[in-house]
Ligand binder design. Structure first.
Ligand code: FMN
Length: 182
């Protein structure tokens, strides 16, 4: 797949199954994450790979956090199952560091670029992925259990695996509705 085809056809795949990215595929995904724009070259990122049994560990973290933070019953009841929706999850974190020229938002944007880069690297290799967030990305208890600081931001959970259905999508947005000339 060439680069333009990738950029114009990338899509998310919410239904994912085994196999997870293999060692070589994962290495490319990791390199893509680290190749994103990074103001000041401060590398404000941390990535946590979750697969196999560790998905249950993440589910327990979700569950315990949802209980501790008194989430709705429906959130608590689903918590343990959420990480089982794909064979691999990469948790992308903006590791905020105070910097005279790089404000927090730019560090978060850089980490967000990493999520997209990883999804694209997966897609280009015939894999599928979807970027998810929600309560578990905002939860202080989850951050604490993942050994993150209060200042860190979980920018996304990138679910990765093999797509189970072909969810082709039609072109959505028209450029003229979003681009204008000054
Ligand atoms: C920051 C961010 C957070 C998102 N969080 C979720 C989420 O929690 N659950 C979800 O189903 N989709 C979420 N999405 C949307 C999907 O990743 C995806 O973009 C959407 O399903 C549209 O599919 P497409 O990428 O094929 O256009 C999020 C997207 C972004 C950029």
């Amino acid at each position: 797949m060439n680069a333009i085809e990738l950029l114009l056809t990338r899509q998310s795949d919410p239904k994912l199954t085994e196999p997870a990215p293999n060692k070589d595929q994962l290495a490319i995904i990791q390199q893509a994450a680290l190749r994103v724009p990074d103001h000041g070259c401060i590398a404000p990122w941390k990535f946590i790979i979750v697969q196999d049994e560790a998905r249950h560990k993440l589910g327990d973290i979700y569950y315990q956090s949802a209980v501790a933070e008194q989430q709705e019953e429906k959130v608590i009841n689903r918590a343990k199952e959420l990480p089982l929706r794909a064979p691999m999850i990469i948790i992308a974190v903006a590791k905020y560091q105070e910097h005279p020229k790089v404000p927090r938002i730019e560090q978060i944007q850089s980490a967000g670029c990493s999520v997209l880069a990883m999804q694209q690297a997966a897609f280009a290799q015939g894999l599928g992925g979807i970027w998810r967030t929600g309560y578990f990305a905002q939860s202080a208890a989850v951050k604490n259990a993942l050994n993150l600081n209060e200042q860190d931001e979980v920018v996304g959970y990138l679910y990765l695996g093999t797509p189970t259905i072909d969810c082709k999508k039609s072109p959505r947005h028209k450029p003229e509705n979003y681009f204008s000339y000054l």
